[in-house]
Design a protein around this ligand. Sequence first.
Ligand SMILES: *Cc1c(COP(=O)(O)O)cnc(C)c1O
Length: 385
Amino acid sequence: MADFIPLSVPNFCGNEKKYVDEALEGAWVSTSGAKVGEFEKVVADYVGMPQAVACSSGSSGLHLAALVSGIQRGDEVIVPALTFIASVNPTTRYVGAEPVFIGCDESCCLDPDAVEDFCQNHCTLKEDGLYNKNTGAHVSAIVVVHVFGNLADMPRFLEIAEKYKLILIEDAAEALGTLYTEGPLAGKFAGTIGDVGVYSFNGNKIITTGTGGILVSNHEDWANHARHLSTQAKTDVVQFYHDEPGYNYRMTNLDACLGLAQMELLEGFIQHKMERYEQYKAALDGVNGFKILPFREGTRSNHWFYCLELPERLDRDAVIDALTENKIQTRPVWALINEQCDYPRNEAYHMEKAREYRRRILNIPCSTHLTEQDCQRVIDTLLSL
Ligand SMILES: *Cc1c(COP(=O)(O)O)cnc(C)c1O
């Protein structure tokens, strides 16, 4: 019987064990330890930023991003509906703000036209910022997610943020390694373009530290503030003075060891993912009504997750079942966030494409272990449906 093909699992084929063993020998297991700073430096250098702040998760990084960007209780924040819920909770409810949900365009990412429509037609721009006409609330920020490693339309979002006085937060959890190769932002990595950006190193991300994240910012003082908040806002090593309510959000030294080893592998992982993507694309795109969604032109995506758009003739859950029977793991894109928890009471605009994608898109196996033969088995199963 054929082997199980998982959707996306970690790959520890490098120096992970060696670095972790070294840390254990020195008993450097917690948030102090030299590897945390080393890891920050390696990631910062890689994405071309002066510094990076290692956190306990992408979610805690996003919470810190919301705190340091000064989103206030009662503010509204523009967020995508098609994303993982951790794009939304930490940037809105954790800081007492309310989301305004906007749909996606064909890239799966937040639709800039829809955001512009909301700002232009549902809000009033005043001297001190943007105000929602319905609620009277100050709309202070926008959270852009680079969904599945595909860059959102950042030149547009930079324009919109400037025009409507919005803080631009990048949830780059899925997009470490993705960058512009052409145009005005050529050479700029996802996560480094707006005011503040966050990457995740959860188990299924392109590299993993078990659980972890990192924050970068174009404002040095924001990054410094985030690091301060992540370590209980402690101002003194000996006396235990704290100048504001902080958090235990710092990455551990053990996780940083994994991160350092994984960073050595990142470019190889991306190459591997690009090859498997091309294999799927050559065999499936435009065949039997299947479509493989492209990554944005003028960019080098990290190709983290692949999107298969199903033909109308196939039911999503029936396809998932058929693949499961063949020991192939897949999943639909997320249930829309505006339909969950108590978020249905918040405003939501332009959901058509997001609803369609929710119904028709599957993520197909994309681990860095995936062999050409595995990939072919997924393709053959899909073509038999
Ligand atoms: C994984 C992920 C997060 C959260 O990161 P964690 O490290 O799991 O807390 C946030 N946003 C998106 C889009 C993600 O995929």
